[in-house]
Design a protein around this ligand. Sequence first.
Ligand code: APR
Ligand code: ZN
Ligand code: ZN
Length: 366
Amino acid sequence: MQQVRAVVARAKGEPVTVETINVPDPVVGEAVVRIQSCGVCHTDLHYREGGINDEFPFLLGHEAAGVVESVGEGVTAIAPGDFVVLNWRAVCGECRACKRGDLQYCFATHNATQKMTLDDGTELSPALGIGAFAEKTLVAAGQCTKVDPSARPAAVGLLGCGVMAGIGAAINTGAVGRGKSIAVIGCGGVGVAAVAGAALAGASPIIAVDIDPKKLEAAKRLGATHLVDSSSVDPVEEIKRICAVTYDGAEGADVVVEAVGRPETWKQAFYARDLAGVLVLVGVPTPDMKVPDLPLIDVFGRGGALKSSWYGDCLPERDFPMLVDLYQQGRLDLDAFVTEEIGIDDVEAAFDRMHSGDVLRSVVVL
Ligand code: APR
Ligand code: ZN
Ligand code: ZN
């Protein structure tokens, strides 16, 4: 066991604190990773606010890159010294989803079996089974994906959650590509990642929609071909108009990604699709939200698919190394997502800045 500094949320709504925690030595199937970077994600804030569950205290942080320090018995896929991006989809290979080939739906994903603890022995709940606002963390070996060690940790660590969710929503769930149009509603970190994914896949046009002009500028830098400020124009009509310019007869976009997580924007996405288009919901709604007044005949009559995308339907071992290579080649600008590098003591301040609209990602660098 060793002691490290880490960011802990002790109680609902209370500011987080930096504390000394105990990290056990890895046993069978586990690894201890020395964290180099970890992005600040909305989900960390949701944990602190008690919006995920009540299993306080939480060890926050889950968008991380680092170096494997030690591994437990039987671990062969990674070794001490490997540079890894952490993931929260270490698939089991044995559940029904895995057996039928839908590994991205695995419902028995692996986490470390031992618990990290506070100084007094209280067990910590690591955010998404990771807990990486910490100098070191204990995870399941399968949560470590080896990638090109020359890549910048603060940039590639973001593939561990939000950026992968966005890229995957476009590429994996929406299956955009050359010859297809896409609109992305909501251009925060997740939405602009969907824009970047669509650009990588060769989609055109790539229409970014937001109510905040600053977010639209970020989307433009990452490959949006058209910007729609939906605080002043009807985004559905505008998406239809833009798509019809490129594709004669198009009545909307082939793929519309909803990256806000609200009924109004989901409904916009629903109606902004071309016939037989795909709607991808990657924004996370709250349990009370409902879609009001949607005629069932419109669901039937427009055809296509209404999908949701959890973690971008990613498979870390398949997707992370590929995306890191594209980053290294200059084809995927992950640096653009890193608005600022901060210290481990600055997480609470980063939560405050999330609401300002100026930040795609604050990244803790250790
Ligand atoms: N129309 C268009 N855009 C909107 C609207 C709206 N009515 N309301 C909010 N937005 C924009 C915001 O201006 C912001 O740019 O949606 C974006 C949301 O971005 P962030 O708050 O930065 O959130 P992000 O990290 O991108 O996550 C988006 O995906 O993973 C989920 O839980 C996450 O639900 C959240 C969503
Ligand atoms: Zn499984
Ligand atoms: Zn996250």
